[in-house]
Structure formats: C-alpha cells, structure tokens
Design a protein around this ligand. Structure first.
Ligand SMILES: [Zn+2]
Length: 200
C-alpha cells in the first residue's frame, strides 16, 4: 500500500533531480506546495511548463524565448565591441545587476575541468572567433571565477584569443577573493573588479 498517492511520489522524485535538493528537501517542498491552494499550484505548473519555449541564443547562449537571438544581443543600445565571457547564466545575471557593463556576453556553459570531463571541446567556443570578427570586438573580458578551473580556462582562452589581431584581452581585477565565486560577490566588489580590469 502506497503511503501517498503516486503523483505525489512522482513530484518528490522530480524535485530530487534538482541540484542541491536531497530526498528530504524534495519531500518538504512538495508538502509545502500541497498546502497551497489550487490557484498557486496551477500558476506554478504553468510557469514551469512555459519554459519549454525557451531556447539558447545562437550568438551568446543566453536564454531566449522563441527568437533565435536573445534580447541582449538584439538590443541596439548594447556595445557590440566589448564582449564579456562568463561561465554560466547566473554570472551574466550578477554582472547585469551591477549596471556597470553595457557590452555583450558569451556564455561558455562551464569551465575547464578535465577530471569531470569538461574539456576544451565541451565549452561553447565554436562561434566565438566569428562573433569577435563580425562585431568588430576590441576587448574581451574574461569574467571567470578566480579558482583553479577558472584560471586554467583564462589561460586557455588567452592562448587562443591572443592569435586574433587588435584584440585586448582583460580579466577582472583582483578585488575578488581567490577561490571565490562571482555569483556570491557583492555588487560593489564586482563593480570594482569590472572597472579595474587588467590585461591578462
Ligand atoms: Zn544572445
């Protein structure tokens, strides 16, 4: 005899697939939702199912809804000649929140970590050189975390990008503590790291 209806078990399993959500937390979340009214549950599931229309921007790999190119890449107010390379979407988000950057982004979808199978070919680099040429990019900012994987990725990117003509390659200033995550830096620290960026 099942303790709870099958659909509840199923949702607990779904939550359990999320990063950082163990079995107990998954149960707690599902029981929390079950105490809410139907309107809440309907909105929640609708918001979730609407994500199926979201895809990756063919230029920068940011999220885009229906359109092939995201709103940042198509915004005429953004400076196409400065390109900020980040590891993940949340890094783009924190840099946008500083309000201090007007260029475009390029999301790598990870950093080099050979032990975990993240090799050069897994990074989103296929169209990078082409983007730099097409947008007449003059500066690439390597906004990666100052940890071992981030440093290895900065070295690798510097090696391939330094072959392109007339391109300044910079990295965030040492305001960020070694081994720390851009994600957790406060806005002021990140703002300073961005404006005091230096050549690699
Ligand atoms: Zn884009």
């Amino acid at each position: 005899m099942a303790r709870f209806p099958e659909r509840i078990q199923q949702l607990i399993e779904d939550f359990n697939t999320l990063p950082g959500i163990g079995r107990k937390t998954a149960e707690r979340l599902v029981f929390f939702i079950l105490k809410k009214n139907n309107a809440y549950i309907e909105k929640f599931s609708q918001d979730l199912s609407q994500l199926t229309g979201v895809k990756r921007c063919t230029e920068c790999h940011n999220f885009s809804f229906v359109q092939d190119i995201c709103e940042l890449c198509t915004d005429p107010k953004r400076d196409k000649t400065t390109l900020c390379i980040v590891e993940e979407h949340h890094d783009l988000n924190v840099i946008e929140e500083t309000g201090n950057f007007t260029g475009l982004y390029h999301i790598l979808d990870g950093v080099l970590n050979p032990i975990e199978g993240m090799t050069e070919d897994k990074l989103n680099l296929k169209n990078l050189a082409e983007r730099i040429r097409k947008n007449k990019v003059t500066e690439v900012i390597l906004a990666l975390n100052p940890d071992m994987q981030g440093e290895a990725t900065i070295m690798y990117l510097n090696k391939i990008l330094s072959q392109l003509p007339d391109l300044k390659i910079t990295r965030l200033a040492r305001g960020l503590p070694m081994g720390s995550d851009i994600e957790y830096a406060d806005e002021v620290t990140l703002c300073n790291a961005l404006s005091n960026r230096r050549e690699v």
